[in-house]
Design a protein around this ligand. Structure first.
Ligand code: GDP
Ligand code: ADP
Length: 300
């Protein structure tokens, strides 16, 4: 005999589903923030397949691990021969073993001492902004530094998200007070600088921070923080760089010409950098940068 009308059952079931989703989100954030080891989550999932951890999809679990994005997850799933719909609790014995071995290797080679401060620089229009934006959207564990600038906001740009827009007097004050980790005048136009405090606080809290700045700024960071990792974003070819600059259509032909002259000089700086990433495809370049943020073996 029913003890409650069907609507009550439905409400209770949907409440339970929301609670279960929340619980899974909590586990994922804990993995992403590094406060819970992925191996510990696997152990819990295999012990009680119907528990929160056991109900996590393998894809959700993998993408929660810092430096594993969607592209890499798809590749791992294929290698481990696990279908994308599988939950951790629903894996067979062989799949469990393969996944555990994979995660143990990953933790051993990526855990703990990842490179915390990473600079992404490169010539004009190579795609720095595009790759940084992709990382912001797909890798929420990576903190992107928000620069201060004296340039005017463009339509759609948000104060404190795109930049901190300040006037010349305030920028002078920031420099004098030592509040900038580095700063530079970019494209002979406006001044841009990295607020020091936000970077230091994020690193102290155990987060990785990415600075998308120009090449002069990258050199200043190297002086101020020698432990930082410098990544140079390269275009697939010179012609493609020209196409991207022209295609973006945000500069006049004269300004484009000037920037291309600067780009030639900047490309010569590539050897000063720890790593080079070619921006063929935005998602792949972003994944490479994120991987470098964690790899201990990556440094030259
Ligand atoms: N040194 C330095 N360069 C920055 C900083 N923030 C942005 N930049 C660089 O300033 C340049 C101009 O950026 P932006 O005004 O967004 O214009 P866009 O590159 O033409 O879209 C880019 O090369 C950025 O990498 C910063 O804090 N410090
Ligand atoms: N991998 C890519 N393939 C094709 N076009 C790209 C790629 N990355 C960026 N772009 C395009 O190139 C132009 C310049 O990119 P942008 O991010 O503004 O460069 P930067 O910040 O280095 O000056 C933009 O129009 C952008 O959409």
């Amino acid at each position: 005999m029913r003890s409650s009308p069907p609507e009550v059952d439905r409400v209770a079931a949907s409440r339970a589903a929301v609670a279960a989703r929340r619980a899974r989100a909590t586990v994922k954030s804990a993995i992403a923030a590094g406060s819970r080891s992925p191996l510990d989550v696997l152990r819990a999932a295999f012990e009680s397949p119907e528990g929160v951890e056991g109900r996590l999809r393998v894809t959700e679990f993998l993408t929660s691990i810092p430096a594993i994005g969607q592209t890499k997850t798809a590749r791992i799933m294929q290698e481990l021969e696990i279908s994308p719909s599988k939950r951790l609790g629903g894996l067979g014995r062989l799949q469990r073993r393969r996944l555990r071995e994979f995660v143990a290797d990953w933790v051993a080679s990526h855990g703990g001492t990842g490179d915390r401060l990473v600079v992404l620089a490169g010539p004009t229009a190579v795609g720095k902004g595009t790759v940084a934006e992709y990382i912001r959207r797909h890798h929420p564990d990576v903190r992107l530094s928000v620069s201060a600038t004296t340039r005017q906001p463009r339509p759609g740009e948000v104060e404190g998200e795109s930049y901190f827009f300040v006037d010349d007097a305030e920028f002078d004050r920031l420099i004098e007070a030592g509040e900038l980790l580095e700063w530079a005048t970019v494209h002979n136009a406006s001044r841009y600088g990295t607020p020091r405090k936000a970077v230091e606080e994020a690193i102290a809290a155990g987060n990785s921070v990415l600075l998308e700045i120009d090449i002069q700024g990258a050199r200043s960071v190297r002086r101020a923080a020698p432990e930082a990792t410098l990544v140079f974003l390269l275009p697939p070819s010179w012609d493609e760089l020209v196409r991207r600059l022209v295609g973006r259509g945000t500069e006049s032909p004269a300004e484009q010409q000037r920037r291309l002259e600067t780009a030639k000089v900047e490309l010569a700086a590539v050897d000063e950098f720890d790593h080079q990433v070619v921006n063929h495809d935005v998602a792949e370049a972003a994944q490479e940068v994120v991987d470098l943020m964690r790899s201990r073996k990556g440094r030259r």
